[in-house]
Write a protein that binds this ligand. Structure first.
Ligand SMILES: Nc1nc2c(c(=O)[nH]1)N[C@H]1C(S)=C(S)[C@@H](COP(=O)(O)O)O[C@H]1N2
Ligand SMILES: [Mo]
Length: 199
């Protein structure tokens, strides 16, 4: 599996790769609400539901054998750190779209994760070519604190949209703010516009 196509996130091609108000770090801080959930591959499910013609529920054997991509991207956390040059490997959002026939009314997604965590995206942001459900970071399986077994990665928005311990995607007609968005974070989260808090 070492020869997937690599999608290069367009923000990594900017001349100045650090957005306003951010500082580069060489580390990889861990941030989330609550404790690291214990995930069990035998119980693990990935559910596509809401505005789909037919609901889809994949177990680990099915999900982990889907075609994979690699994505090269930068990370920008709203708390001020940026981590450049990350290579992710996983299942693209576009691949997930192939699994479920969306109803025409679908305009938004709400990403679901362990313990009721959620985050919201427009369908347009979700289906960008650099968005994936990552199983690996820099060639190694994710660690539990970074979201093992699967996390979403949305490279061009602040990192809180990149839900760890993902369990499913709900397709919606109307936008529904997620966990951090309800707690005061910006609804969209573009680091180049400093969409940090509010609206
Ligand atoms: N399930 C879940 N995913 C989450 C969060 C969370 O609280 N729960 N926090 C988000 C936030 S605020 C950030 S900054 C990133 C941090 O990811 P990292 O710990 O891999 O650096 O995870 C995001 N994904
Ligand atoms: Mo965050």
């Amino acid at each position: 599996m070492g020869d997937q196509e690599t999608v290069v996130s367009s923000d990594t091609r900017r001349e100045q790769r650090i957005p306003p108000g951010q500082k580069q770090t060489g580390g990889f801080p861990v941030l989330h609400y609550g404790a690291v959930p214990r995930m069990d591959l035998d119980q693990w499910r990935f559910d596509l539901f809401g505005l789909v013609e037919q609901e889809v529920s994949l177990g680990w054997p099915e999900f982990s054998s889907l075609p994979r991509v690699k994505v090269f991207s930068d990370i920008h956390c709203v708390t001020g750190w940026s981590r450049l040059d990350n290579t992710w490997e996983g299942v693209s959002a576009g691949q997930v779209k192939e699994l479920a026939r969306l109803r025409p009314a679908a305009k938004f997604v709400l990403i679901h994760a362990a313990r009721g965590f959620t985050t919201n995206l427009t369908l347009e942001d979700f289906f960008q070519p650099d968005v994936l459900f990552a199983l690996k970071h820099n060639g190694k399986p994710l660690t539990p604190d970074h979201g093992w077994p699967v996390r979403l990665v949305v490279p061009r928005l602040y990192f809180w949209k990149s839900a760890k311990w993902v369990t499913g995607v709900e397709f919606l007609e109307h936008d529904r703010p997620g966990f951090w968005e309800t707690a005061g974070y910006h609804n969209h989260g573009d680091p180049w516009k400093e969409e940090r808090y509010g609206h």
